[in-house]
Design a protein around this ligand. Structure first.
Ligand code: ADP
Ligand code: MG
Length: 403
């Protein structure tokens, strides 16, 4: 991996997902982005992805990265998810993940682009004209660190996320509304109402490793029934069992991992075979309507999970909603996403964590069929380990227009 070349000498690699959101990403590129690059004398190579997985495959090819100054993704968050997972699957993953990336919002979920704009203090301008404002980053060339998270599922797949982790209501909305992609962001609102009417409960255990001593500060008593909060007694093995983590050798699917890589990257979560039983961790057990966590302020243009989150604060913000809440309370939660004020609701518990482990109860035959998601993409349903990688990647962040 060469050193940064943001001087404009090397071309940008621009990846466009023609199936993003309402399907107008290529049109947005030609209308708004290409003219900006031309005016700035910035060369670029345009690639319209052929299928899901195309960007992931391209990012795995080492020699290509020396050709570009940055990778620009014109899409929703899903294509950037592919890009980062492709970079993580390379042998030089540490340097590769630091390769400058940029996102111009063209999908139905544009959480990172929104969060970057919020962090740069240009949110209202962004809301009025997201593509034009995000485009500025391509010529201003201001790099900002962002946190990542490493998520390992029980089938040993590893995924790199930059946005969100979900189980329950919002995760189900993310996945099940995909059939309505042509509606753009409205698909989330519509499907939230469907899920609200047919509210599901999920049984399981959630282990959380808070960021500091004062972190376990849910705003109120948990309102779910039958839950428990425990703290453990024994020191956990902070070193992941490497053999166990490696999965089938030669696995090269999205995020298939090598032994050394996992040993280096996942150090906080105890191994699968061990109980999470350490005083630094807290455990919540019982029935949940939702566990939804995010690294950044916004998970889409209009959904703010954590108004105070910064791009690289090393913190995952976890919202926990227990079973036992009414539909009206859930509706209040969803409405509060607009203003980012959920933490003020007495029935929402918010935890700031560095790592978590989720253990959903096995699905009963004919029982509720929910989803686990990373950045709005479905991952294997079942046990999950997650750790934050502070400042794991770097994005081009648009700044206020000096004129
Ligand atoms: P949206 O925000 O609308 O979900 P995304 O950019 O997040 O849009 O992309 C959605 C999915 O499309 C991603 O999972 C990505 O892997 C996939 N994808 C990328 N390129 C293509 C393509 N050419 N055809 C179909 N799917 C694609
Ligand atoms: Mg998406």
């Amino acid at each position: 991996m060469g050193s940064d070349d943001l001087s404009g000498r090397k071309p940008l690699l621009v990846l466009v997902n023609p199936k993003s959101g309402p399907g107008n990403a290529l049109m947005l590129f030609h209308r708004y982005i290409a003219p900006v690059l031309c005016r700035a004398g910035q060369q670029y190579e345009l690639v319209v992805t052929a299928c899901a997985g195309d960007a992931l495959y391209r990012m795995q090819h080492e020699t290509l990265l020396t050709r570009w100054s940055a990778v620009v993704v014109v899409s929703g968050d899903g294509l950037l998810f592919e890009v980062l997972n492709g970079l993580f699957s390379r042998p030089d993953y540490e340097a590769a993940l630091k390769f400058p990336v940029s996102i111009v919002p063209a999908g139905s979920g544009n959480g990172l682009a929104t969060s970057i704009a919020v962090a740069s203090g240009i949110h209202s301008e962004f809301v009025r004209n997201p593509v034009v404002v995000s485009c500025r980053a391509l010529t201003q060339r201001c790099l900002s660190p962002v946190d990542l998270m490493l998520v390992q599922t029980a089938d040993q797949q590893v995924h790199v996320g930059f946005l969100s982790f979900g189980w329950g209501l919002l995760a189900d909305v993310d996945i099940e509304s995909e059939r309505l992609r042509s509606l753009g962001e409205a698909r989330f609102t519509l499907w939230s109402l469907v899920r609200l009417i047919k509210l599901r409960k999920y049984r399981g255990r959630l282990h959380l490793l808070p960021v500091s001593d004062d972190m376990h500060s849910p705003q109120t008593e948990l309102s779910g029934k039958g839950g428990r909060i425990t703290t453990g007694k024994f020191a956990c093995d902070k070193q992941l069992n490497v053999e166990e983590a490696a999965g089938p050798r030669g696995s090269s699917t999205c995020g298939g991992v090598e032994t050394e890589k996992m040993k280096k990257c996942m150090r906080l979560c105890p191994r699968w075979s061990d109980e999470v039983d350490h005083p630094d961790w807290i455990t919540l057990e019982g029935e949940f309507l939702q566990v939804y966590a995010s690294l950044v302020s916004h998970i889409s243009v209009s959904a703010c999970l954590n108004a105070g989150a910064r791009l690289a604060d090393g913190t995952l913000y976890v919202h926990v909603l227990r079973a036992g809440l009414s539909r009206y309370q859930m509706l209040r939660y969803l409405l509060a996403l607009d203003s980012g004020t959920q933490h003020l609701l007495p029935f929402v518990s918010v935890y700031r964590v560095r790592a978590l482990r989720l253990e959903p109860a096995p699905r009963a035959p004919g029982g509720v069929c929910g989803h686990v998601t990373v950045d709005g993409e479905r991952v294997q349903y079942g046990d999950v380990k997650l750790e934050v990688i502070p400042a794991g990647a770097r994005v081009l962040a648009a700044q206020a227009d000096p004129q």
